[in-house]
Design a protein around this ligand. Structure first.
Ligand code: SAM
Length: 287
């Protein structure tokens, strides 16, 4: 291809990108992507119960402050604050868009007293000056964005520094053979369908590209509403990195199964996992 036609192609692609962005932001006004994300991906009320009970189980006393790293629309922080009058929550995210959504849709649901116990920070989880907490937590695998060992180690080291005395660092992880191949899963929620699409997986690097698509009943499928350029980290890699970052002990909490062999949302501390096609587990580091 000549330099001239390359330039022409580049210009055309730029125009296309601009149009796609414009279409997407127009779509945002009529399609509330965070609403569908909450319904299909998140379970903040159950998550905070796990965080509360796990802290109590390990530390034999209640946790007060939670820092929700990569908080997005900070639904977990809001639920934490609602769970107990002693609870304080800090949410940290780089992106002002989900933070603004969280303020409009979740924070606005709290009463004045609960709102006072919330602190939302537009910032980087790698920032050492973030406030300390009893529990520092990252959910929905957000830290998979750190693809290099050193990056993830730096994050874990900072998470440890940001734990108060007797603090815990709690993160979730997922894996299994089904997560290591291009595959698209569809879940029907009645009024809409949710698609978890693993577009590709590279076994040499463990890098994987995921997308979330949605389809509302009677409407066209909305492609790539969320996208995730991640590295799939294994539990032993994560455990070793947490120990290298200075955590004293690392516990694994494995999800139980319902009668259909599906995850039941209940997590128990284990020393051995089970050979299944796909799993979700928590890692808990004692600071
Ligand atoms: C997969 S979303 C997760 C949102 C939410 N935690 C949840 O449970 O669904 C990942 C979020 O991490 C944020 N993020 C990525 N890198 C970050 C960083 N270094 N510091 C803070 N937030 C970051 C993104 O802006 C995005 O909102």
């Amino acid at each position: 291809m000549s330099k001239k036609s390359l330039l022409k192609e580049k210009k055309k692609n730029k125009k296309k990108d601009k149009k796609n962005k414009k279409d997407k932001s127009k779509d945002l006004q009529t399609f509330d992507k965070y609403h569908y994300y909450l319904r299909s991906v998140q379970s903040p009320a159950a998550d905070v119960v796990f965080l509360r009970d796990t802290y109590k189980e390990i530390r034999k006393k209640p946790a007060k402050t939670l820092c929700e790293d990569f908080c997005g629309t900070f639904s977990i922080s809001c639920e934490w604050t609602k769970l107990d009058k002693q609870h304080h929550a800090i949410g940290v995210d780089l992106d002002p868009e989900p933070l603004a959504y969280g303020k409009a849709h979740h924070l606005s649901q709290l009463n004045e007293e609960q709102t006072k116990r919330m602190k939302i920070i537009e910032g980087n989880v790698l920032d050492e000056s973030l406030p300390k907490a009893d529990i520092v937590s990252a959910s929905n695998f957000s830290y998979y964005i750190f693809k290099q060992r050193q990056q993830l180690l730096d994050y874990f080291k900072n998470a440890k520094k940001r734990c108060k005395k007797d603090g815990l660092f709690i993160i979730d992880s997922f894996g299994g053979p089904d997560c290591m191949e291009a595959i698209e899963e569809e879940t029907d929620y009645g009024d809409f369908k949710y698609f978890w699409d693993e577009d590709h997986f590279d076994p040499v690097t463990n890098y994987a590209q995921f997308y979330i698509h949605f389809k509302r009943k009677g409407e066209k499928k909305r492609e790539k509403v969320f996208s995730y350029d991640w590295r799939m980290w294994s539990i032993p890699e994560l455990r070793d990195l947490m120990l290298d970052a200075g955590f004293k002990n690392v516990h694994i909490y494995w999800e139980g199964e319902d009668e259909n062999g599906e995850g039941n949302g209940e997590f128990k501390r284990v020393t051995e996992g089970e050979e299944v096609r796909a799993w979700v587990a928590y890692l808990v580091g004692e600071a």
